[in-house]
Design a protein around this ligand. Sequence first.
Ligand SMILES: [Zn+2]
Length: 531
Amino acid sequence: MSKRDERSSERKSCLNRRDFLKTGAAAAAGAAVVQPFAVRSATADTTVRARPKVVRVHDDRATYWDYSSNYYFDHVNQGVVDDMLDVGVKCLTNTFTVADAWNVIMASYVPGDKVAVKINMNNYAGMSNEMDAIAPSINALCHGLVDVMGIPVADIRVYDCSRPIHQQRVKDRVNYAVTYVESGDALAQADYDAPVTFRNISTQYIPLVVSQSQHLINLPLFKDHFYVLATMCFKNHLGTSKPGPSSLHSSIHTNLSDFYVNPHIRDKTRLVLGDALFGLWNGGPYGDPVQWDTFPNGPTPNSLFLSFDPVAHESVMVDYLLAEQAHHGVGETSHDYLHEAMDYHNLGVHEHCNGLGNYTNIWYIERDAHYGEDCWRGNVNKGAGLVPNVLFVNGSAGVNGGVVEVPAGQPIVITLNAPPSRSMSKYALYAWNRQPEACCHKTQPWDLGHTCLPTPMNGASPQPVLIWNNLGYQSVLGVPNRFAPQAPCTIANVAGGLPAGRLYTLQGIIQDDAAIHPQAAVTNAVVIKTV
Ligand SMILES: [Zn+2]
């Protein structure tokens, strides 16, 4: 089998994705079952890289263009995109607050550092609908870097060294006074102390905007290309190269990975953020955004893709592109550069999906921000207003995701209040012997809400190890293995405490007359950690 045949058969299963789509929810549920919800600390970056995580955050409220009126980039809900990125960074880093997430992503940041952001201005022209970098994703990124992390806005350098940055399309619509670096600027010139060597073409150089920045964020678009399969996070850096991209187009597959492996790119990249609010699956890099038939929740992608691994990031994005192209009978352009990036330079993991969004070596997570309330808050009393905590450990509902740290051997008292709407409540309460994944909440049936881990109603693993249930319906809510008096009550009183290193997550369903569901709500979650 030739190399090319191998590559085409390697992803053949994805061409059956329309069949797969028919299975809909069952497939999604199946995918969730196999997710390895391993316990990871927020900073366990090396573990994350072992099986690289790619997160797609979707929200159908992000854009509202009709594909004909005015400018597509003026039909974006900035607040929704901000929320999507907040959800995405928390999910990527497995943290419960946006501040914690950015502190993981930018862990090596010290005040005074510069942050270069590579946008794609490949279609720079007058005011048109040709797909190019647009302001909403830049604004959302600045919200994290400037508003949340407190990085001085002028230290954010939004750049494209080979094109001007459009005044009306970008500068007038970005709400932050970032530093722009565009073709012709002093910082867009080559740093001759920062050469990039290639296997097949002569040396190029990193521009000063990157060599003199400590951090790099790669902000590509969701477009195909006629030279290579896609212009995403790899090809985006042709606008970083000096003297410029033209000579890079011969031997492009080796050039793309040879460029990315340069330490200024590979070692400084803190985040790859794919702006897939809109997409273009044929005719790129030129052309207006188009509607999609096979993209989940289409016809507009309304998505952001996040990863630390550029190869995994692009592998997932191109699978959506390949599926759409196959659906329309569009001939496939080579993506050998992704195989080069993995096989020759070890830049990350390249894999093709085995069914929609289903990967073995890439940890791919899809998250819908529209329904993405923080799982640990629960929804007690939400039909009436504010959501109070009802579950406490030693009187505390915890901080940052409900975590309560208890010294080893110290008493642990778990109490459950009735919701404000009732004096007494029955409940089904669960304890899992693991920490929740910040992003991997489980949606409970009958609009009950979201829990942080799967309940007996979901059937997925990991299932709770302790169950208190005085609501009945044991075949649905679980067979209790602990005595359960009605709330308000003491659930457990472990006078002698537990050894260090134990970890339990507690959450349940409780009778609530002011819930969104007519009868019951999801309690807050509390994570007990013994230290
Ligand atoms: Zn491939």
